[in-house]
Design a protein around this ligand. Structure first.
Ligand SMILES: Nc1ncnc2c1ncn2[C@@H]1O[C@H](COP(=O)(O)OP(=O)(O)OP(=O)(O)O)[C@@H](O)[C@H]1O
Length: 310
């Protein structure tokens, strides 16, 4: 086991004399080679938890062990075991991506650092064309990729990535996930901190859904989904926001967002639902529709809003 977090609680002073429990009795562990997703809305307490794992903050209660050693007692050791890509962009100034990533590799690996790894990484992420461009001239996405490279060029046993794909285009996102998978195949573990629930579902081995400082669910994405529902969902794109359309009586719960209508159904009613959706298209109410199993986004919304899956 690489990381063991047991009953971690962190309280910050709030307004006047009040206190806010930002992490509330959190317990989880991460094995070698595992990708663990930490999903939560803004302010859920994710960064506070990460800062305690890194030994930058001390828990008010609970224990954190990295490779069997207490982070509270040896915070410096924690920082040598972990590599981090923070959520905010690391300023590159006049450094080029190649210079910044090489510098980080040398700082972490010393004489063992092989500069060829930088070229291999840039090729894997298709960013060779910007390797020698000054930092301040780079786009936000390429800067984010450079920050990612700085975290993984000479990784510790635990790599913590906070929203690594923000601003990155869909093709390079795929390359980035492949680089992460290759890392974990070598035994490195990864914590992925994100709001991007759909993307996380594809990337992680296990996930925890965090809300107001608590874990509401944790397990594999399918464990988390089935803890909420085994239903199917249909999503319809309507011709306009308000359409005078009758929702079928077997729809279990509905959710409207602009011209997107989503409802859940019992898997036994799939055929009737498809017929109903086709009829709505023929009548000109619906542009398109898709059926899918409940997604982790549905589970996330259901758990964090305490509403039924939509
Ligand atoms: N040093 C501090 N003192 C008081 N309150 C704090 C402190 N740091 C964070 N908080 C509060 O703790 C709560 C959790 O913050 P945290 O940054 O851990 O959330 P987060 O899940 O990482 O959010 P985001 O996704 O927006 O980065 C927030 O309400 C924040 O205002």
């Amino acid at each position: 086991m690489i990381l063991d977090v047991n009953g971690v609680t962190k309280v910050f002073p709030g307004q006047k004399k009040s206190k806010t429990v930002v992490n509330d009795d959190l317990t989880f562990s991460i094995e070698e080679g595992e990708i663990f997703g930490l999903l939560g809305h803004n302010g859920a307490g994710k960064t506070t938890l990460v800062n305690q794992i890194l030994g930058l903050l001390t828990p008010d209660n609970g224990e954190i062990n990295l490779l069997g050693e207490s982070v509270i007692q040896s915070p410096a050791k924690a920082r040598s075991i972990c590599s981090v890509q923070p959520q905010s962009q690391v300023p590159l100034g006049n450094l080029t991506p190649k210079q910044a990533v090489t510098l980080m590799g040398k700082m972490r690996a010393g004489n063992k650092f092989d500069p060829k790894r930088v070229d291999i990484l840039f090729e894997a992420l298709d960013m060779v064309e910007w390797a020698n461009t000054m930092g301040e001239r780079l786009s936000g996405g390429v800067r984010r990729l450079t920050n990612f490279c700085m975290a993984v060029i000479a990784p510790g046993q635990l790599v913590i990535l906070d929203e690594p794909t923000n601003d990155v285009d869909p093709v390079r996102r795929r390359y980035l996930w492949q680089v992460i998978r290759d890392l974990t195949n070598d035994g490195t573990s990864v914590i992925l901190v994100t709001h991007n629930v759909m993307e996380a579902e594809k990337a992680v081995d296990r996930v925890a859904i965090m809300h107001q400082g608590k874990f509401l669910a944790q397990g594999t994405p399918s464990d988390v989904k089935s803890s909420v529902s085994n239903l199917m969902r249909i999503e319809l794109l309507l011709v306009k926001e308000s359409v005078d359309m009758e929702i079928p009586s077997w729809a279990l719960s509905t959710y409207m967002n602009g011209s997107r209508l989503v409802f859940s159904i019992n898997p036994a009613t799939v055929l009737s639902t498809i017929e109903w959706a086709k009829a709505q298209m023929d009548q000109g109410f619906v542009i398109d529709y898709s059926l899918s199993p409940t997604t982790i986004e549905d589970a996330f919304i259901a758990l964090t809003s305490k509403k039924e899956v939509v």
